[in-house]
Design a protein around this ligand. Structure first.
Ligand code: FES
Length: 112
């Protein structure tokens, strides 16, 4: 079932960092990222290269660098920056009254 899940206050996510959520989406971990400008993004927490934990990567601008082999993943769409290729599944996210909500679609790849 698709749902907006409240994952708590924005302040729980470090600036230019990420939090790996307790929730799993269809068996996959979910990461929420916060940029230096307080923009937030959510991706399935698996690098498209070899499933590295993107939540442990370095956030720079609107990208995250995978901690395993340094692929750079765009936070907007989960796409690896060239020359690398692949996509981490993006999930919709929003902030309502200071709390962060992540949209968990019924199926991976479904539009929010
Ligand atoms: S697993 Fe992320 S770059 Fe290799």
């Amino acid at each position: 079932m698709s749902t907006w899940k409240n994952i708590g206050p924005l302040s729980n996510i470090p600036v230019r960092g990420a939090r790996r959520l307790c929730v799993k989406h269809l068996g996959k971990p979910v990461a929420v990222f916060r940029t230096g400008e307080d923009d937030i993004f959510a991706l399935v927490d698996e690098c498209p290269h070899k499933q590295g934990p993107l939540s442990e990567g370095i956030v720079a601008g609107r990208t995250v660098s995978c901690p395993l082999h340094n692929w750079v993943i765009g936070l907007d769409d989960g796409q690896a920056l060239a020359p690398d290729q692949g996509t981490a599944q993006p999930l919709s996210v929003r902030v309502v009254e200071g709390d962060v909500y992540v949209y968990l679609p019924a199926a991976l790849g479904a539009a929010a």
